[in-house]
Design a protein around this ligand. Structure first.
Ligand SMILES: [Fe+2]
Length: 296
């Protein structure tokens, strides 16, 4: 049901200076299963049973490696490749970055985030964990220059604007009926969180319990977001990135549905049930990995 060149959000890869701790955390808390391991990379997936939805890369420092976007078929991939080249984003690979996909290419997008656009994600022959999320859902980026990243997603990759917060403060963007596959909130230039769909609010209680059993805690939630309508809870993983588990996200089947505009000073766009101080919530995040930037 894609309406543009991208059909869904595919994966997130992160550099980590303690890969075994990161893998154990994703296994025990998030509920992912290791699907493959090659070179310096460990591949993991949810109940979606893909070759990879999350990749940890053994590296000297924590950082965001790649943001994977699945193209709408061969035609979507070819169109995206042409547009990215014409827009002048530096191509760093004309072939897929990882095993387990049919074809793809990678480039440095706005604010030094590396994107891979690909087709043909393979299925992994795994038994999902009992506490597995359903699937990888979205990334939340905090660009310094909101308009540059917005133009990239809307003009180059055909995303549509679902919700707008304030005057150039935040945009929620979709590439299919799900309310957002990418959220942009003005910030420090890092990725704030990667998000995973679960079946119900009960799963948010269970992740709180798992964190407690490991001597950890939720960062925020459960909350009901206004923008997107999802119920969500958040914690911080060892790389410093925030992880969101969510359920009950709005789906938009009217392609012409105009963006909902929320005032920034009324925090119901962020949480409808109660008022939070977002200072600590926004103090966590993960910058693009330096190795990826050096490839420029
Ligand atoms: Fe989110």
């Amino acid at each position: 049901m894609a309406f543009g060149v991208i059909s869904e959000i595919g994966y997130i890869s992160m550099h980590t200076s303690d890969i075994e701790a990161s893998v154990a955390h994703a296994r025990d808390i998030l509920g992912l299963v290791e699907t493959d391991r090659s070179g310096n990379a460990v591949y993991m997936s949810s109940a979606a049973k893909k070759h990879h939805e999350l990749v940890y890369i053994d590296a000297p420092e924590h950082g965001v490696g790649h943001i994977g976007l699945i193209a709408a078929g061969r035609r979507g991939l070819d169109t995206a490749r042409t547009r990215v080249r014409e827009a002048g984003y530096p191509i760093i690979s004309e072939t897929p970055l990882h095993a387990g996909v049919e074809d793809g290419f990678a480039f440095i997008g706005p604010e030094d985030f590396v994107y891979e656009i690909y087709i043909g994600p393979q299925t992994a022959d795994i038994v999902p964990a009992g506490h597995a999320p359903d699937r990888f859902g979205h990334v939340n980026l905090h660009p310094k220059d909101l308009q540059a990243t917005l133009r990239f997603f809307v003009d180059v990759l055909d995303f549509r604007i679902s919700d707008v917060i304030g005057d150039d403060f935040a945009y929620f963007l979709r590439c299919n009926p799900e309310h957002h596959g990418v959220a942009l909130i003005k910030g420090k230039g890092w990725m704030h969180h990667h998000a995973w769909q679960v079946q119900s609010i009960a799963d948010l209680g269970k992740v709180g319990d798992r964190l407690h059993e490991h001597g950890l805690r939720l960062l925020m939630g459960p909350v009901r977001h206004g923008a997107g309508h999802n119920i969500a809870a958040y914690y911080v993983e060892p790389t410093g990135a925030v992880v969101e588990l969510y359920a009950d996200l709005e789906h938009i089947y009217d392609d012409e549905r105009p963006p909902i505009v929320w005032p920034a000073d009324d925090l119901k766009w962020a949480t409808k049930w109660s008022i939070y101080d977002f200072t600590e919530f926004r103090s966590h995040g993960l910058f693009p990995a330096r190795e990826a930037i050096a490839a420029k």
